[in-house]
Ligand binder design. Sequence first.
Ligand SMILES: Nc1ncnc2c1ncn2[C@@H]1O[C@H](COP(=O)(O)OP(=O)(O)OP(=O)(O)O)[C@@H](O)[C@H]1O
Length: 269
Amino acid sequence: METRDVAAVELDGLRYAFGTKTAVDGIGLRVAPGEVFGLLGPNGAGKTTTIRLIVTLLPCPPGAVRVFGVDPARDPMAVRRAVGYVPQQLSADAALTGRQNIALFTRLYGVPGRERTARVEQALSAMGLLEAADRPAGTYSGGMTRRLELAQALVNEPRLLVLDEPTIGLDPVARASVWERITALRAETGMTVLVTTHYMDEAEQHCDRVAFLHQGRIRAQGTPGELTARLGPGASLDDVFRACTDDTFEEPGDPRDIRSTRRTALRLG
Ligand SMILES: Nc1ncnc2c1ncn2[C@@H]1O[C@H](COP(=O)(O)OP(=O)(O)OP(=O)(O)O)[C@@H](O)[C@H]1O
């Protein structure tokens, strides 16, 4: 039986290695239901690997991951039913129309036949794509393509939406339009959103809480306001990013340690 206290995502000592390369090195975090939570960090920090473990695309050890209380190591199908995942790599078929692309996903997700049309229309509407629905996806702008991919994930009616770099490569207007849709969706449905991004301004503006990863470990986590406050007046999330990737940062996992890097970060900033 689920209670209000069940986390949307809970990681406890999560580890993963590709052969001898440790990509995720003992991560613990908790994403509350309804939160927008940002996983931040430099290239190779372990963000995508963490996400792929959560969405069951990589096998995780029992007990290290819970999605709404369900361990993907024990019941991956239950986790897949709860999750909508938009990977970094573009997944829309350029030759199909937007509507056809989304319809394809209703089949992939096993949406019952009688519900498919309504789900497709809802997803198109939620992502502002009704007018462009019957054009080939190959004619869409970058921002529209991203919104189409979000729409594809939405037909599963996910409780947890997982987005890997949803705005990468988009111009500022398209980035804003993608976030506008995500924000509206969250407000309307109460959906939990787990997102990776390299854009610190987006994380600062749109994430309720964030965790900074570096070399497979969490270096700091909290609200953007908490983390910047630890670096002092005028600090930005960019400064926190730099502090967390500084090699002198010794004790991962304890957000208080960020204070010890304050001087370094300010110097670098
Ligand atoms: N399939 C793989 N085989 C071997 N090593 C991998 C594989 N996938 C990722 N890695 C390694 O694991 C580490 C973490 O990679 P990951 O893709 O999770 O990082 P990331 O934080 O998502 O980076 P980016 O911001 O570049 O997407 C990196 O050192 C990467 O080279």
